[in-house]
Design a protein around this ligand. Structure first.
Ligand SMILES: Cc1ncc(C[n+]2csc(CCOP(=O)(O)OP(=O)(O)O)c2C)c(N)n1
Length: 270
């Protein structure tokens, strides 16, 4: 996909996510909206996968460590044919295949179960190392939140990835500056995350997380570097859903009306 197509795909993911969330009328809208462009670039251009064979071993893998942001991942997966669109009505339903926190045993295309924050990067390191040991040229992407970086386990994984020279690993930090109960700087600042990652030997890039061209360029650079790479994405929690953006920092998990969703979709499509 070229930049124009990626922009259109991102819009499609955003609208599909909003329609999906409208069914239960509640959900993790904030962190789902902030990763839409990242998902568009991953599934629209950079990731290698076969939607008809989600367990294909040579695929690239995505660990959505901030597992509460499933709604936009589900939208991207369904738009790419991993499962039919009518399954999106199962979001947040007890016993459904689209749980509130991603689960690899329930949803085709989900590569890791998540929900307890801070664990995904460690798993991503294991996947990346395993692929290399088995001679596969697959790449592993891992999306974490800025609030999630408060979890110390991330920093063990950062050291591990550098030590084992996991150049097939790309960390994507959704730096939307908000976590569950407030602004990250008020709860526990992540300081200079770029400097911290660089000090451990990582290749670090920063870009506007809502600019598909910038994300595409950053991932392209990450792929050609000989170190594990991190991309710090400057994002807005709730991006594109006007009522959710306006509610920051109280937009982690919200209830909303069908009318609010319809108005938001109209804004996205303007
Ligand atoms: C280990 C653990 N501690 C606490 C929580 C509760 N929790 C769920 S989401 C969240 C905030 C996450 O913030 P961030 O990573 O910035 O996510 P985003 O803003 O992108 O949604 C917290 C504290 C959890 N899921 N796991």
């Amino acid at each position: 996909m070229n930049t124009e197509q990626l922009t259109a795909f991102a819009r499609e993911i955003r609208v599909t996510t909003l329609r999906e969330l409208a069914v239960p009328g509640f959900g993790h809208i904030g962190g789902a909206m902030s990763i839409v462009e990242t998902l568009a670039v991953l599934y629209g251009k950079h990731m290698r996968y076969d939607a008809g064979n989600p367990h294909w071993q040579d695929r690239d893998k995505l660990v959505l460590s901030k597992g509460h942001s499933g709604p936009s991942l589900y939208a991207a997966l369904s738009l790419k044919g991993f499962f039919p669109a009518d399954m999106l009505t199962e979001l947040n339903k007890a016993g459904g295949r689209l749980p509130s926190h991603v689960d690899r045993t329930k949803t085709p295309g989900v590569d890791m179960t998540a929900g307890s924050l801070g664990q995904g990067l460690s798993v991503a390191c294991g996947i990346a190392l395993g692929d290399r040991m088995d001679g596969r040229d697959s790449r592993t992407f891992c999306i974490v939140g800025d609030g999630e970086l408060n979890e110390g386990q991330n920093w063990e994984a950062v050291m591990f990835a550098a030590q084992f020279k996991l150049k097939n690993l790309t960390l994507l930090v959704d730096n939307n500056k908000v976590q569950l109960d407030g602004w990250t700087n008020d709860v526990m600042s992540i300081g200079n995350a770029t400097g911290a990652l660089e000090s451990f030997g990582w290749h670090v890039l920063e870009c506007n997380g809502h600019d598909v061209g910038a994300i595409d360029a950053a991932i392209t650079k990450a792929k050609s570097d000989s170190r594990p790479s991190a991309i710090i994405l400057d994002t807005v929690k709730g991006k594109g859903a006007n009522f959710a953006e306006a509610a920051a920092p109280g937009n982690h998990h919200m209830t909303f009306t069908a009318e609010q969703i319809e108005l938001a979709i109209r804004e996205v499509l303007k």
